[in-house]
Design a binder for this molecule. Structure first.
Ligand SMILES: Nc1ncnc2c1ncn2[C@@H]1O[C@H](COP(=O)(O)OP(=O)(O)O)[C@@H](O)[C@H]1O
Ligand SMILES: O=P(O)(O)OC[C@H]1O[C@](O)(COP(=O)(O)O)[C@@H](O)[C@@H]1O
Ligand SMILES: [Mg+2]
Length: 320
């Protein structure tokens, strides 16, 4: 059994990272495994910045968004030289395995370390929900609820002024946030990277609704599909409707994790440490059909999940 593990958070922060750090640390310590927290993701491995964690160092964080270990995007880490340097640092700290909490990019980084002989396990943490090997990533539920609260407020003013409220949300490569927030808020339409965007079709739909006495509408645009301001310009140019624009931005990344994110973070943490103890390494932890699983990195290529097309169609059907 290993005697010391390392943990870091990487990529965009996500609510749920803190409860995951807490879960890994306390569960591992309980099994007699020491825990070193690496600061600022892969950047911290290269800058050799870490702290030894005990039960108390992870107190008062379960309800906080962000990550107490800080996070970073580290371009230099894609080079093998840098990865070798990181492995040397981990070994110098007597760390026998590393738990990475992050998104798809961070998982690729973890995979590189595994190839160089440092066992790793990835816990999915990204608001985008765009990771292979899991139907659910930490932070997604909190982000969707944050967007929902904002859209509900925007709806009040859109209704009062009889406007089309265009709301731009995060998601460079995936439309999960847009679709789920759109479904929950009763949006008229969502524009997502997974589907071709036809602004002409959108305007026809809005125009038709308006003629049927629906005097205000919500359109949610994932940043990866198109910019919200382009959608607003098009509507202004091609219809008599009055569009407004809200770009939600980083508000979506912060805030206390929802119960789902905090609970799942604890369960992902337990699964990760149990896997390490059993020698199951170089895997990503995930939730598949409501079961906790660990999938080898090498098998994740065929395990990419996309947005639910039924939900996409239903949203447009119900939003009329
Ligand atoms: N192909 C790769 N090889 C090695 N490291 C990578 C690779 N892709 C991403 N990373 C590392 O993971 C970090 C986080 O990735 P990024 O895609 O920005 O966020 P996320 O993990 O949240 O999706 C990057 O800044 C980089 O250090
Ligand atoms: O913080 P940055 O570098 O501006 O990145 C913004 C991006 O990060 C995210 O919030 C989260 O993405 P990752 O979890 O993949 O890092 C995206 O939705 C958004 O496009
Ligand atoms: Mg990502």
């Amino acid at each position: 059994m290993i005697t010391k593990l390392g943990i870091l958070t990487s990529g965009g922060d996500a609510p749920g990272m803190n409860p995951a750090i807490r879960g890994v640390t306390r569960y591992a310590l309980d099994k007699g495994i020491a825990v070193e927290g690496i600061l600022r993701g892969y950047e911290g491995l290269l800058r050799q910045e870490s702290i030894l964690l005990d039960q108390r160092s992870v107190g008062e964080i379960i309800h906080r968004g962000g990550t107490m270990l800080r996070t970073a995007r580290c371009e230099a880490f894609i080079h093998e030289d840098a990865q070798r340097q990181a492995v040397d640092f981990l070994r110098s700290k007597e760390i026998e395995a590393l738990i990475v909490v992050g998104g798809d990019g961070s998982m690729k980084g973890a995979q590189c370390l595994s190839r160089l002989g440092m066992p790793t396990i990835t816990i999915p943490g990204t608001i985008d929900n765009d990771m292979p090997g899991t139907e659910y990533t930490l932070g997604f539920d909190t982000a969707v609820n944050t967007v929902l609260q904002s859209v509900n407020k925007i709806r009040d003013t859109a209704y009062s002024h009889e406007r089309v409220a265009v709301v731009e949300v995060m998601g460079r490569h995936a439309g999960f946030i847009a679709l789920h927030a759109g479904m929950a808020s009763g949006a008229e339409a969502v524009l997502v990277p997974e589907h071709d965007v036809s602004l002409e079709e959108l305007c026809n739909r809005l125009y038709e609704s308006h003629q049927h006495r629906k005097l205000s509408s919500i359109v949610i645009v994932a940043e990866g599909a198109m910019s919200g301001s382009d959608v607003v310009s098009y509507i202004k140019e091609h219809t008599y409707l009055e569009p407004s624009l809200t770009v939600l931005g980083y508000v979506q990344r912060g805030g206390a994790p929802t119960a789902l994110d905090a609970i799942l973070a604890g369960l992902f943490a337990q699964k990760a440490v149990d896997c390490l103890c059993q020698g199951t390494v170089n895997v990503v932890i995930g939730l598949l059909q409501n079961r906790l699983v660990a999938t080898p990195y090498t098998e994740t290529d065929r395990m990419h999940f996309s947005i639910d097309d039924n939900m996409y169609n239903l949203l447009h059907q119900l939003g009329k």
